[in-house]
Ligand binder design. Structure first.
Ligand SMILES: [Zn+2]
Length: 185
């Protein structure tokens, strides 16, 4: 039987579930003080199937997006101005995707246009600004969609998102289950 999680201030007592967890602990992809809310499980119609472990960070438009770990840029789009709540906008968002040296990738989605000078292959350091929060693509308000994933096969193949272990931040997934009134994992 699942045990109840308990939140004491920002200190979460229950240990993080290791199911589908990322190998490393990542830094927060937006400045902690600027996070207005966050959501993973059940908070977006996009967080289904292999995207189920994504996290949305709600914050103001223009908030810096920070590399959650050092890595190299493997994909990006920076010039879209399109935004909408129909799924046809799914592939219209500005994003940066980084590859890390342990084979995990981080993906930062919905950024404002023209807020990064990065190019494919560029190396970035943890905490480096890689863009600014916007709502391009399939979004109804400014937020950062953040996901950690692995690929199966080639780069364009299937992905599986992982539960991002975030340094200095409570267990998003357990807090979400509690927000939704469900038993923690
Ligand atoms: Zn999302």
């Amino acid at each position: 039987m699942a045990q109840s999680g308990k939140v004491l201030g920002e200190q979460l007592v229950k240990p993080f579930s290791t199911l589908e967890a990322s190998k490393r602990e990542y830094a927060l992809p937006v400045p902690r003080a600027l996070i207005q809310d966050f959501g993973s499980l059940g908070y977006s119609p996009a967080h289904q199937g292999n995207l189920r472990n994504s996290i949305d960070f709600y914050t103001s438009e223009g908030t810096p997006v920070l590399a959650a770990a050092g890595g190299n840029v493997v994909r990006l789009r920076t010039t879209s101005y399109e935004s909408g709540i129909e799924t046809s906008y799914w592939d219209r968002g500005n994003y940066v995707e980084l590859r890390h040296d342990d084979g995990e990738y981080t993906h930062y989605e919905h950024m404002l246009p023209n807020t990064t000078q990065l190019k494919i292959g560029d190396a970035v350091k943890e905490g480096q600004q890689i863009g600014r929060v916007g709502m391009t693509g399939f979004a109804d308000k400014p937020h950062l969609h953040f996901q950690v994933h692995r690929y199966y096969g080639k780069l364009d193949g299937e992905i599986l998102t992982l539960k991002a272990r975030l340094r200095l931040f409570p267990d998003v997934y357990t807090l979400d289950l509690m927000k939704l009134g469900r038993e923690p994992l």
